[in-house]
Design a binder for this molecule. Structure first.
Ligand code: SF4
Ligand code: SF4
Length: 732
């Protein structure tokens, strides 16, 4: 060993020792912070499915590849990181001697070939990612960027480190070629040979380049260890457990969506008949009241901004960005952690748990952070502004896009639950809706005895459950379908089509109440459970004696469809629920309904969030339209998984939209830009929002917003009166 090798070996050993010590300290800190969260026992089920999903999502990059070029480039960088870590390990042999290499596999030609290929592809990948980050930098002229609010230096730092490590991999090999220490043939390692051809025959070159490569790699480890909230780097490790512990491991896509998580205390679902706010946690008031999975979510965020780029609130000038919300929670959790780890925290009655002595030596910044309200305005020093919390439509676009399966919607609703149930703090205009739900069983406050008014004037009898027993489908009409004028037309169209197709169906009539969706999404779990339990009882009675496969429900409202199908199981109601577009598609496909007159003038389709993204029903409404219209469906640029919300979900239907551009107007502009004369929808709330948007633009005469069922009815029964111009909804 020459003097140069002695120096490079000491340098490599010293910086590695420091880096490893800091990294161990950082990991212990991170684990301690994540363990501050509440239990989540349900995350430990289905371990095989979890492992499979984790492997598919990481190795297959199934989520990242939805963003073609970025996904492919990131895949090469990820594979490069894993495989080329072996070359960093090899560098420890090369600082000692120029012909050093990994024992055994380091001498295999196949190892030389694979690492050469991955090195080249990794280089291309990282250059592409760097170019994309630069092109989308928040400071570029014009427009918002998905990186707005991301910590840009961290992204640049990580990318430069990857680039330099890859380059020095080839420099080391190049020196080996130049000094005749390289054992791989030209055909397997052409780039290394080409680099070697331009490098000098410097005997110490290999050891010096290897030392530089180790210093670069360990600098990275030191920097990320000193910055435990540097998700852009830590996600390389945290993405694996975060995906493993996702809440629906058996669902491959959009798996954070569908059912909302039940309200839990100490990891157990809360039953409001026994719950006590002095003993049980009602929603989330402090960051440590999220589950440990929530804290893992916050730590894993890569700051990529995919969620932000799709968020309807952010895209219409609201203060909510799902990315910034997660980052605020992350930064707050880590800043408050020293206080919590010292024994600090408030019990459920608001009393401090720690003694004076426990908090005596704490950093003032940690104490100040602990004093911040989780929800509060900037003047109150709040972590999350109320306008951020209440801007969410729970559309799920963020969850759908997140490459590391962060569950934004659950976290938002958990914070809403505390605000509504304990603080009674929510947009005041939504109070009317909640009162109506409690007193009248529907958000409009319409009299229960008018629930069947939509049946008047139909030229056939609509059977009620109880009057008939042999119905195949229970037609769940929903509050909008029963009380709101536009939605009533859809209800009538569906009933007419079912009757035409000879489907045996029955309605609950006055026995139906609101499914509870708006109460649950606004955070009022108490009212949700009250309504849901009543409905589950009614439905169980209606289906008494039937097995699950024969407890069939058809719903026209995607919110009811989602709640009945995905959430009533949490309360003992197991049903087979289909959306009316699914049933209609089946009836057309089996020849029970025959479209005879194609609807023309151009048709576009707006995917309702709770039908599409939340429940993956993308094809059925398109199939129905494909059979009913002349020509092809004209898709909007944002469709299917990337559809843009109408603005009504998450109980936003019942709140005023005071900030930024109206979401429905943004969507209507997109629909109108297609040139279609008909905007087909599959949800009564989308119908209201888009109709309002069209009318607001003064285009009510040129563009019509109607349900898929009404389009089909026009095609199946062109002679059927269509009910004329839409009228205003009940209650506005
Ligand atoms: S659910 Fe929709 S509105 Fe809410 S944060 Fe996510 S993308 Fe934005
Ligand atoms: S939450 Fe997910 S999608 Fe959004 S910035 Fe973080 S990692 Fe990216």
């Amino acid at each position: 060993m020459g003097s140069v090798q002695i120096v490079t070996t000491i340098l490599a050993a010293a910086i590695t020792a420091v880096a490893v010590w800091l990294a161990v300290r950082a990991v212990l800190k991170m684990v301690a912070v994540i363990r501050l969260g509440q239990p989540a026992p349900e995350r430990f089920t289905d371990k095989v499915a979890r492992a499979r999903t984790m492997l598919v999502e990481t190795a297959g990059h199934t989520r990242m590849l939805k963003w073609g070029v970025v996904g492919a480039a990131h895949w090469f960088v990820m594979v490069g990181f894993v495989v080329l870590s072996l070359l960093v390990l090899e560098a420890y042999f090369e600082v000692v001697t120029a012909d050093g290499g990994l024992p055994i596999i380091g001498h295999w030609t196949i190892f030389g070939l694979v690492t050469e290929i991955i090195g080249v592809l990794g280089l291309v990948g990282i250059l592409v990612l760097m170019a994309i980050r630069l092109r989308n930098r928040p400071t570029r002229p014009g427009g918002r960027s998905r990186f707005t609010g991301s910590t840009m230096w961290q992204g640049y730092f990580v990318e430069w480190i990857v680039l330099l490590v890859l380059i020095f991999g080839f420099v080391i090999r190049g020196f080996k070629v130049a000094t005749d220490h390289f054992e791989f043939p030209f055909w397997a390692t052409p780039v290394s040979h080409a680099v070697g051809a331009v490098l000098p025959d410097w005997a110490d070159g290999v050891s010096v380049a290897a030392a530089i490569k180790i210093i670069i790699s360990m600098t990275w480890l030191i920097v990320i260890s000193l910055n435990v909230t540097m998700g852009v780097a830590w996600h390389r490790f945290l993405a694996f457990p975060n995906i493993f512990f996702k809440r629906e491991p058996t669902k491959p896509a959009g798996s954070g969506l569908g059912a909302l998580r039940p309200m839990t205390s100490q990891g157990k679902p809360l039953d409001f008949e026994e719950a006590d706010p002095e003993k049980d946690q009602f929603g989330v008031a402090h960051v440590e009241q999220f589950s440990w999975k929530g804290l893992l979510d916050f730590s894993t965020c890569t700051e990529c901004g995919r969620c932000q780029s799709q968020c309807p609130a952010w895209n219409t000038g609201k203060p909510l960005s799902p990315k910034l919300l997660i980052l605020s929670l992350r930064d707050h959790a880590y800043a408050k952690a020293p206080y919590l780890l010292a024994g600090g925290g408030k019990d459920l009655t608001g009393e401090e748990k720690a003694t004076q002595a426990q908090l005596a030596h704490l950093d003032v910044l940690a104490l100040a952070e602990a004093d911040k309200p989780l929800i509060g305005t900037a003047e109150e020093g709040g972590v999350i502004d109320p306008d951020v919390l209440w801007s969410c439509t729970t559309c799920g676009a963020c969850v759908e896009q997140c490459p590391v399966d962060i569950e934004h919607v659950d976290h938002i609703v958990d914070m809403r639950r505390y605000q509504v149930l304990i603080e009674s703090s929510f947009p005041s205009e939504a109070g009317v809706m909640l009162r109506n739900l409690e007193n009248k069983g529907n958000p409009w406050g319409a009299p229960q005895n008018t629930r069947e008014d939509w049946t008047k004037g139909l030229d056939f009898e609509v059977p009620r459950v109880g009057e008939v027993d042999d119905f195949e489908y229970l037609f769940w009409v929903g509050c909008a379908g029963a009380f709101e004028d536009r939605a009533k037309k859809t209800t009538r169209a569906v009933a007419t089509l079912l009757n035409e197709a000879g489907v045996k169906f029955a309605i609950l009539g006055e026995g139906e109440t609101c499914s509870g969706d708006p109460a649950r999404r606004i955070g009022n779990e108490f009212v949700f459970q009250m309504l849901a339990q009543q409905n589950v009882e009614t439905l169980n009675e209606a289906f008494d004696g039937r097995e699950k496969a024969k407890r069939k429900i058809v719903a026209t409202c995607p919110h009811c469809f989602n709640t009945l199908g995905n959430e009533y199981g949490q309360l003992g109601g197991e049903f087979e629920v289909v959306h009316h577009t699914q049933l209609l598609a089946h009836l057309v496909a089996t020849g029970k309904l025959t479209p005879v007159q194609p609807v023309d003038g151009g048709v576009t389709y707006h995917d309702p969030c709770y039908l599409g993204r939340h429940n993956r029903v993308f094809a059925a409404p398109r199939e129905v339209l494909g059979d009913a219209i002349a020509g092809d469906l004209t898709e909007m640029p944002r469709n299917s998984e990337r559809s843009f919300c109408c603005g009504a979900g998450g109980a936003r239907m019942w709140m005023e939209e005071k900030i930024g551009k109206r979401i429905n107007v943004d969507r209507v502009e997109e629909a109108m830009a297609t040139g279609a004369k008909t905007v087909a929808v599959g949800c009564p709330f989308c119908s209201t929002m888009l109709n309002d948007g069209v009318n607001g633009k003064g285009a009510g005469e040129q563009v019509e917003v109607i349900d898929v069922a009404s389009v089909l009815l026009r095609s199946v029964k062109p002679e059927q009166p269509q009910g004329g111009k839409e009228t205003a909804p009940v209650g506005g």
